[in-house]
Ligand binder design. Structure first.
Ligand SMILES: [Zn+2]
Length: 267
């Protein structure tokens, strides 16, 4: 019995100390395409890999114009925006904001069409969510997204399998600003201030919270920069390409509408 538990301990220690699949800092042996494959689902990414890199992410938009994107750009940083198709508004009604952020070098990722908990969806329902967002991104930007943030950070094996088949990298976080939990600006800023440089982070924020876009981000961006952090997109800090494909955007026509699609929260 004692021998067995020693063996189990030794085995788990071995597992815990197993070398990562690759080391980005010494990544001369892996190509970008190989890294893209390695970073696909299953399993969610929760942090940047390199010391001194910080990825601010914003969910549930498009909503408050381009404020967080502009704040980042003004400070030499870039952010990652996980957009819904039809949640706080219709994606097609705010296409100009998305195009501006994309052209400024921010990364656009998928956060589903109508913000359901994907762990509760059938495969067919998840495919529909992904199809609708991919369709909108193709029309508005000409891209196919690579990065996916599950609503509520929730997923299961069935969902991961679908996401993997479709080439997505699933991105959660290792720091939650707490903006959806009703924290005040000073509480959130103080939580950001406790994060110790150069530990790498992927931080969860919401574009739909005025406390975030009007009070927190304008303070936190220069603060993180002053600590020495590089404010980068998630793809950049993982060393992968931001999109599965990049082509020409479409022109607005009568198909640029959310009517007849899934309503917010609907699966
Ligand atoms: Zn969300």
């Amino acid at each position: 019995m004692r021998f067995l538990s020693t063996l189990v301990l030794a085995a788990s220690a071995l597992y815990a100390s197993a070398a990562p699949a690759y080391d980005l800092a010494n990544s001369t042996t892996t190509t970008l395409a190989e890294r893209d494959l390695l970073e696909r689902a299953p399993g969610a990414i929760t942090t940047c890999k390199n010391r001194g890199e910080f990825a601010l992410t914003f969910d549930d938009g498009p909503y408050w114009g381009n404020k967080p994107a502009k704040t980042l750009s003004d400070n030499g940083g870039r952010g990652t925006f996980f957009l819904n198709g039809n949640n706080w508004g219709c994606i097609y009604d705010r296409a100009d904001q998305i195009i501006a952020a994309y052209k400024a070098g921010h990364t656009i990722g998928s956060h589903t069409w109508s913000h359901p908990d994907i762990a509760k969806l059938s495969e067919a329902q998840l495919h529909k969510q992904l199809d609708l967002v991919e369709g909108a991104f193709k029309k508005i930007l000409g891209i196919k997204p690579r990065l996916f943030r599950p609503p509520y950070g929730s997923y299961n094996d069935r969902a991961l399998k679908v996401l993997q088949q479709r080439g997505y990298t699933v991105v959660n976080w290792n720091f939650d600003s707490g903006d959806t939990a009703g924290k005040s600006a000073s509480q959130i800023i103080s939580a950001y201030n406790k994060l110790a440089y150069p530990n790498p982070y992927i931080a969860l924020n919401h574009e739909t919270k005025s406390v975030t876009v009007d009070q927190v981000i304008p303070k936190v961006v220069p603060m993180l920069k002053a600590k020495g952090y590089k404010l980068v997109t998630v793809d950049k800090c993982l060393g992968i390409s931001p999109y599965q494909s990049v082509g020409a955007a479409g022109k607005r026509d009568k198909t640029w509408t959310c009517s007849g699609t899934l309503a917010p929260g609907q699966a």
